[in-house]
Design a binder for this molecule. Sequence first.
Ligand SMILES: C=C(CC[C@@H](C)[C@H]1CC[C@H]2C3=CC[C@H]4[C@H](C)[C@@H](O)CC[C@]4(C)[C@H]3CC[C@]12C)C(C)C
Ligand SMILES: C[S@@+](CC[C@H](N)C(=O)[O-])C[C@H]1O[C@@H](n2cnc3c(N)ncnc32)[C@H](O)[C@@H]1O
Length: 356
Amino acid sequence: MDSLSLFCTGLLLACGLYWFLCIMGQAEQKGKHATAISGGSITAEKVQDKYMQYWSFFRRPKEIETAEKVPDFVDTFYNLVTDIYEWGWGQSFHFSPSIPGKSHRDATRLHEEMAADLIQAQPGKRIVDVGCGVGGPMRSIAAHSGANVVGITINEYQVKRAKLHNNKAGLDSLCQVVCGNFLHMPFADNSFDGAYSIEATCHAPKLEEVYAEVFRVLKPGALYVSYEWVTTDKFRGENAEHVEIIQGIERGDALPGLRSYSDIAETARKVGFHLLQERDLALPPSHPWWTRLKMGRISYWRNHLLISLLAALGIAPKGTLDVHEMLVKTADYLTQGGDSGIFSPMHMILCRKPVS
Ligand SMILES: C=C(CC[C@@H](C)[C@H]1CC[C@H]2C3=CC[C@H]4[C@H](C)[C@@H](O)CC[C@]4(C)[C@H]3CC[C@]12C)C(C)C
Ligand SMILES: C[S@@+](CC[C@H](N)C(=O)[O-])C[C@H]1O[C@@H](n2cnc3c(N)ncnc32)[C@H](O)[C@@H]1O
C-alpha cells in the first residue's frame, strides 16, 4: 500500500471513529457525550467495585429493608447510572405517556408542566422538587411557571450536573439545587408554597417518611403532586411471571421494594394531607409510556458496542459495560411491566396540606 492510500485509509478510519463516538454518541439533549461517561462521584478505578457492591445489596435483601442503608445504596446507583441516563435519555430521568405527533422531548416537557399546573406554580412562589435528578423537570417547571424551584437530591454528582445545566439554561436565578436526604430535608417547617416529586419517592424505604417530610416543609394550604412507581390492580403476587418482572424492575432501578397503587393515597392521608386527585396517568386514553424503551433496541445495541469500545480503550471506566448491561435488562423488565399493565411509573396523587 503506498503512503497516499495509507493516509486516506487512516483518515477514513479516523472520520468513522469520530462519527461513531461523537455523532452517534451524542445524547438526545445536548450535554453528554459517550466519551464523557464516568462513575459520577466514584473514581474510575472504583466503578467496578461499586457495581459489585450495588448487587450485593440484593443478595442480602434485609439490608435494603434497613432504612438507614437505603440512601447510600441509592447514591451509589446514581453515581453509576447518571451519565448513561443523561447520554442515552436526556436530562429528565422519568417516563411520560407518548403523544402522537410529538417528540419525546415535548411529551416529557408536557408531563412536567402538568405537575407545575396542578400545584399552581407561579412567579413569586417557592416550590420544592423532591428528588430532582440533574434538574430536567426543575428547569421546565421554572421556565413554564416563573416559580422559584429548589431541588434536592441525595447524589452530589447530580447536584454538580444540575447546577451546570441551570447555569447554561440561564435559570440560575429561579433554580437552586441542594444535596441532601429527602427523608430529613434541610428546610424549615412551613417554608414552601408547593412541592412535587417525579418518579423519585419510590426510592424511599418507607413512603410515609418522605410524605411526612414534604408535609412538614409545606405551608398550610400548599399543594403537593407526586408521580409514583407502583404495581397496579393487575399485579398478582402468586403469579411467578409477575413477580419476576417486578423484582427485575426493583433490582435495575435501586428500589427497596415497589409498593401497590392502593398504598399511595392512604399514606398521603395518614401523614395529614387532604387528597384532591388520584389518577394513573398511564391508563388509556394515554398512549404507552414504554414505547420509547421498545423503540430503543437498536440504539441499545449501538450504545453497547460504543461503550465496549470506550471501555477497551480505557476511556470509559471498567465496570461501565456491566452497568450498561444491567440497564438493557432493566429496560426489558420495564417494557414487560408496561405491556402487561402490572406496573405504572406515573400513579399521580394531588394533595393539599390543610389550612388548620
Ligand atoms: C425513575 C427512574 C428512572 C427511569 C428511567 C429514566 C430509566 C429507567 C431505565 C433507564 C434506561 C434503560 C436502558 C438504557 C440503555 C440500555 C442505554 O443505552 C441508554 C440509557 C437507557 C435508555 C436508560 C435511560 C434511563 C431509563 C429509561 C428509576 C431509577 C426510579
Ligand atoms: C429517577 S430520579 C428522578 C429525578 C427527577 N425527578 C427527574 O424526573 O428527572 C430519582 C431521584 O431521586 C433522588 N433520590 C432518591 N432517594 C433520595 C433521598 N433519600 N434523598 C434525596 N434524593 C433522593 C435521586 O438522587 C434522583 O435524583
